[in-house]
Design a protein around this ligand. Structure first.
Ligand code: B12
Ligand code: SF4
Ligand code: SF4
Length: 400
């Protein structure tokens, strides 16, 4: 128990901490934990990652330097992080079905519904306000994704799971289909990791390397380390640059993010479906053809995707991604027609990707005429994709 100056009643932090866990659950978070903010052991790995330029053109990763590993520099006075996770897997994810249908768009399942940032930040703010009612002197800041802070190491410290070899946080009871967020606070809450089952944050990857092997672009360059520049999630979402030509065929039909390394992970057998209405698919985005999406005009793109995270990449990147996926689709006259039509109005940036796609379509046509002929290592790519699809159908039948 800690005693505050003269007129303030003493605050029982243990009791407060128990209440925080309850409030967080009432707010809909899947799990909550509390940790200190010492991430010093992550400073060197972070510097190494930046030194190797693995962040590509995500300048914001470099801008704040070591602040990412020093939450108390980001929000002076912070001594604890209340770390939360929120399951996002929608019902009827249809992973295998969509990856199999090459004329359909594969959109990362976290992005089929509403943008998670707003929802989570609002709830974290509510949690902070609730704590303030019981602790007037509290200073807090709610963070979700965008702030320069290492969220996975914090969540691991708070007992929400362990960092897997794909670098994502995994949880024994919930797999990895969840978002992370945190509230930095300046009160000495007791650490939850001292009384929760420590085995939760113990690394349980063992000898498994399934995620490293299945990654279509070999972006997991060593266990726990992702070279973002090779990650489909990076070049379809984060980067506004042209997609490197050698990586285009490897994208397949993935037009926004990628879930492959999580799809082969055995721990996702235990993943829970999200209870959030906001994370269920909207606008039929989980089952839509590439051609339909390619026909969207900019104003339609902006209005239809209002409230979705996808909108933030902008119309140019959106068209860039779909053009590449159309190039990867089996030859069809309607595809070449649509690509040629769009060429008339496309920007120079998008036109370059459309021209690439038209060339690919030509090659794909030859391939259909001479069955079995290989285009740009396609047989190997197909084998990997088929392996992934079989693994999903076998291990994740509910979500296949
Ligand atoms: C930049 C970023 C990306 C980049 C870079 C990814 C990366 N691996 O760093 C790109 C665009 C590629 C990306 C992709 C995705 N992202 Co992202 N991303 C981030 C962001 C903003 C920062 C991550 C970061 O700091 N990276 C820098 C590296 C150095 O940090 P780190 O990976 O945490 O590294 C630490 C550990 O790996 C550890 N470590 C290093 N070596 C070793 C060795 C051992 C033995 C051990 C135990 C640990 C260890 O130390 C490192 C340094 O501290 C976070 C949000 C945030 N603020 O944290 C979301 C975040 C990590 N992303 C998230 C998601 C969902 C994704 C995608 C799944 C989205 C998608 N479906 O397309 C993919 C997954 C790709 C993948 N396998 O990582 C979630 C992850 C949730 C979870 N369950 O873990 C986060 C936390 C966002 C959120 N708020 O929910 N992302
Ligand atoms: S998200 Fe896809 S591209 Fe990125 S590391 Fe995972 S499997 Fe590889
Ligand atoms: S696929 Fe295997 S190695 Fe990769 S994160 Fe999952 S358990 Fe760990």
């Amino acid at each position: 128990m800690t005693f505050h100056p003269i007129n303030d009643p003493p605050i029982n932090y243990q009791l407060l901490s128990d209440k925080i866990v309850r409030w967080a659950e009432q707010l809909g978070f899947s799990q909550v934990g509390i940790c200190d903010v010492d991430l010093s052991k992550h400073e060197q790995p972070l510097l190494d990652w930046l030194d190797k330029n693995y962040h590509g053109d995500m300048d914001y990763m470099n801008r704040h330097g070591l602040m990412r590993a020093r939450p108390a520099e980001l929000v002076p006075g912070s001594i604890r992080a209340i770390s939360v996770r929120l399951d996002y897997l929608p019902t009827n994810a249809k992973f295998a079905k969509t990856l199999q249908a090459k004329d359909h768009a594969y959109i990362s399942r976290y992005a089929l519904g509403r943008d998670y940032h707003k929802l989570m930040r609002k709830r974290l703010q509510q949690l902070g306000s609730k704590i303030s009612e019981h602790c007037e002197s509290l200073n807090f800041r709610a963070l979700v994704d965008s702030a320069p802070i290492l969220e996975r190491p914090l969540a691991e410290k708070a007992g929400l799971g362990w960092v897997g070899k794909h670098s994502l946080l995994l949880n024994k009871q919930a797999g990895s289909w969840f978002f992370l967020g945190e509230l930095l606070v300046d009160i000495p809450l007791p650490l939850t990791t001292t009384h929760v089952d420590k085995s939760i944050s113990e690394n349980k990857c063992g000898e498994c390397v399934a995620c490293i092997k299945i990654c279509p672009t070999q972006a997991i360059v060593e266990p726990y380390v992702v070279d973002a520049r090779r990650c489909i999630s990076y070049f379809t979402i984060e980067s506004a640059a042209p997609i490197p030509v050698e990586l285009r065929p490897l994208m397949g039909n993935r037009i926004y993010g990628c879930d492959d390394c999580q799809l082969v992970c055995p721990w996702n057998i235990y993943a829970k479906l999200s209870l959030e209405k906001d994370f269920q698919q909207r606008n039929n985005l989980g089952n839509i053809t590439l051609l339909e999406l390619f026909s969207w005009q900019e104003d339609y793109f902006l209005s239809t995707l209002s409230g979705s995270a996808i909108r933030r990449i902008g119309y140019q990147s959106w068209q860039r991604n779909i053009a590449v996926a159309l190039g990867n689709a089996p030859y069809s006259e309607s595809i070449t027609r649509a690509l040629n039509l769009k060429l008339e109005t496309a920007s120079v940036f998008v036109a370059e990707h459309i021209n690439w796609a038209l060339e690919q379509q030509k090659l794909n046509k030859v391939k259909t005429l001479k069955a079995g002929i290989e285009v740009n290592g396609e047989l190997n790519r197909d084998k990997l994709n088929q392996k992934l699809i079989r693994s999903i159908e076998k291990s994740l039948p509910r979500d296949a």
